[in-house]
Design a binder for this molecule. Structure first.
Ligand code: AMP
Length: 439
């Protein structure tokens, strides 16, 4: 199937071909026809599937195909809500790129930066507004954004918006929109909360889902390095240094540990920057730009800040700790192995995280090879402790205690322990390593 056969306008086909896309991705094939028809849509797709073009192309097509009165300020006709500033900026880039041969105008507004340049842009009039919920409401309050003419609403990464506690802001925004509109909701997961939100919002929606959910790309090779919690930072520096990695995205569960890790890596002589929600937007943009340009070797990110990051040809992703939600593992490692490039995803896993690891392996329906680096052999006398989630509560692991304990012997016999292993001195990255027979 070609983009042309989807019935998109010539200006959009030109923009798509200038981007070098030859064929629509599965989510694009499925979603574009429904959106062009004017249907509401619920899309099960995550970043990396091409979902942004999946909604942006038909959205621009519909706006461009309908004349609006040219009297007065241009009304905002399409609104895209995103959970994070980075995703808002990326969607805005896509809207600009795909719409470059059309005469529609777009703007992006998010918090953490001065509101004044955004106001100037909105006052001139835009057709498409991409926004994070809080800053959008600021503009509404200051009368620089009028949402009463919205024809198309997109909720992008709706699950993440709810996870981040935006439900009240979203409801306030929804109350400002006309009843009659087309609504598109994209979410990587369909929780009870998402279903509740969509049932009140979507009108007989078409449901499209892409199979890539919870399946990692085959282009990403995955490995677990069992290690004691207290030695993770040392192991990370060792892996980066001994393999001479130039560009590594490292995931951390909490903002605090992301900051601390970036500082520690710097003190090990490895240039690093942290990116998370407590950083100013300027610092986040700079950290990402420096990382993309190769000025810093390591970008330490939390799940939320990294959601939606599209870094081309990113070779290495390291899970400094495992995410609390197994689906996030797939999102994390999906930052590498994109657009046909190969990538490596390594997880540094301590005894506390065995239950999380099993949940991940269950979700992705495969065992991840375990490679013990000789110098970082875990201490079998260390007992598992509850995990600090960074939200002021401890995650209580529900697994049987015996399965969480390491074997008393090194390379012991419990098949579920990542500490088991036979020696493999040619570890995949050239490290002296032990690889388990499970892998
Ligand atoms: P997204 O899931 O929207 O974040 O898109 C992921 C990446 O896929 C982005 O870098 C897009 O530029 C790229 N992309 C989107 N659609 C296509 C397509 N049809 N062919 C090739 N690459 C695409």
């Amino acid at each position: 199937m070609s983009f042309k056969s989807l019935g998109l306008r010539a200006e959009l086909l030109r923009a798509v071909s200038e981007k070098g896309y030859t064929a629509p991705t599965p989510i694009q094939k499925q979603a574009i026809p429904y959106i062009l028809e004017g249907r509401d849509l619920m899309g099960g797709a995550q970043t990396g599937t091409g979902k942004t073009a999946g909604f942006t192309l038909p959205l621009l097509h519909r706006l461009a195909s309908k004349e609006v009165s040219q009297k007065g300020r241009r009304p905002i006709r399409a609104l895209v809500l995103t959970p994070t500033r980075e995703l808002a900026a990326q969607v805005a880039d896509s809207v600009r790129d795909y719409g470059q041969h059309l005469s529609l105008r777009s703007a992006v507004v998010f918090g953490g930066v001065s509101i004044n340049p955004q106001k100037q842009k909105l006052i001139k009039g835009v057709d498409v507004l991409i926004a994070t919920p809080g800053r959008l409401l600021d503009h509404v309050g200051q009368k620089t954004a009028d949402l009463s003419n919205i024809e198309i609403l997109v909720l992008d990464e709706a699950d993440r918006m709810l996870d981040m506690g935006f439900i009240h802001d979203i409801r306030r925004v929804l109350a400002l929109l006309p009843k009659q509109k087309q609504t598109l909701l994209f979410s990587a997961t369909f929780s009870k909360e998402i279903k509740q939100l969509s049932s009140g919002l979507l009108n007989s929606p078409a449901l499209v889902e892409v199979a890539t959910e919870n399946t990692a790309s085959d282009l990403v090779s995955q490995v677990v390095h069992p290690v004691d919690k207290s030695r993770k930072r040392e192991l990370l520096s060792y892996l980066i240094g001994s393999n001479n990695w130039k560009q590594v995205l490292v995931f951390n569960r909490t903002k605090h540990s992301a900051n601390r890790l970036a500082k520690q890596l710097e003190s090990d002589g490895i240039s690093a920057a942290a990116i998370h929600g407590n950083k100013s937007q300027g610092a986040r943009t700079k950290a990402l730009a420096d990382f993309k340009l190769g000025k810093v070797r390591v970008l330490v990110a939390t799940d939320i800040a990294a959601r939606g990051l599209d870094i081309s040809q990113l070779p290495h992703v390291v899970n400094f700790d495992l995410p609390n939600v197994a689906e996030d593992y797939v999102h994390r490692i999906g930052r590498t192995g994109r657009a046909g490039n190969e990538g490596e995803a390594m997880s540094l896993v301590c005894i506390d995280e065995h239950k999380l690891l099993r949940d991940i392996e269950k979700l992705i329906k495969r065992d991840i090879p375990k490679v013990v680096i000789d110098e970082f052999l875990p201490d079998p006398s260390i007992k598992a402790e509850p995990i600090n989630t960074g939200r002021g509560q401890q995650q209580q692991r529900k697994s049987k205690p015996s399965r969480n304990k390491p074997s008393s012997k090194r390379g012991g016999s419990s098949p579920s322990s990542p500490y088991n292993g036979r020696s493999n001195n040619q570890g995949r990255s050239g490290n002296r390593a032990r690889q388990s027979s499970r892998g």
